[in-house]
Design a protein around this ligand. Structure first.
Ligand SMILES: C[S@@+](CC[C@H](N)C(=O)[O-])C[C@H]1O[C@@H](n2cnc3c(N)ncnc32)[C@H](O)[C@@H]1O
Length: 256
């Protein structure tokens, strides 16, 4: 992924943005990019939850100083981006075999979108006790809404450091929206590789705003399956698969 794309790549990036967002949203993205603004969204009103706003890690009640210093501030994903990722990563998968896990789930936005697909379970892992409490309340509110269209009701939030989280022995679709950096990211990658080696389960990693993806590229056990760079780096994402060298790649169609 190009963090400072040259003019040659810019056209492709705008085209990608068009493919993810459609014409009007792309136009809006270009204007917002020029004005350096974030788009407004109606997620909270639509689902009757509280996920909007940003919060620095220093204001999130995190007591572990090391983890806090490597944590990225809370910013919710955009629904349109989560949907694009899910659409392009779940094709052909038997979702009832998969746990969807958002490492650094914040206030639970991605969990609410993922629960609309028939995953075996949907799990959020969040370091901040304040955010995980809000995420738990959001999930309860979402699932108890009579109009709720959840296809998976087995949704839970763990207040924990992702580094200490024990993965359930299922196939995994890991979602990360740039939650942490440095040694925490490396440690989580190590854990995932060990998990895959010992269990033989599929491990897919959808990494949104993949600021640490070079680290994954350095591991022999991680293979990049696709990437999608759009105008704002915040909404670019890449898909990685963690697998033994001799294993065949999972058949996934290219993102569109
Ligand atoms: C950019 S926000 C993403 C929120 C959510 N995934 C979404 O897409 O809406 C990153 C979140 O990761 C959390 N986080 C940071 N370090 C973590 C760690 N070591 N373990 C678990 N969560 C962590 C932060 O507290 C923050 O809520």
């Amino acid at each position: 992924m190009q963090f400072n794309p040259g003019s040659d790549e810019k056209f492709q990036i705008v085209l990608n943005t068009y493919r993810v967002f459609g014409f009007w949203e792309t136009l809006k993205e270009v204007i917002l990019y020029v004005l350096s603004r974030k788009p407004a969204d109606d997620f909270d009103r639509k689902y009757g939850v509280v996920t909007s706003g940003e919060a620095e890690s220093s204001e999130a009640g995190i007591t572990d100083e090391t983890a806090r210093s490597l944590a990225v501030a809370y910013v919710p994903s955009r629904e349109i981006v989560i949907r694009h990722i899910l659409h392009n990563t779940t094709k052909g998968l038997d979702l009832k075999e998969y746990s969807f896990i958002d490492l650094g789930c914040g206030k639970g936005r991605a969990l609410i979108v993922a629960a609309q697909l028939p995953f075996k379970e949907v799990i959020g892992v969040e370091l901040s006790p304040l955010h995980s409490e809000v995420a738990t309340a959001n999930i309860e509110r979402y699932l108890s809404n009579p109009n709720c269209a959840a296809a998976c009701r087995n949704v839970r939030v763990n207040c924990a450091n992702a580094l200490d989280f024990e993965f359930p022995v299922n196939d995994l679709l890991i979602y990360m929206y740039r939650p942490f950096i440095g040694p925490v990211f490396r440690g989580v990658a190590d854990n995932l590789r060990r998990f895959q080696e010992t269990t033989g389960r599929r491990v897919l990693i959808a990494y949104s705003c993949p600021v640490e993806e070079l680290m994954l590229g350095q591991y022999s056990g991680f293979v990049k399956r696709t990437e999608y760079q759009v105008i704002s780096m915040d909404y670019s994402w890449s898909l990685w698969e963690c697998r033994r060298e001799e294993e065949p790649a999972l058949s996934l169609s290219r993102a569109n």
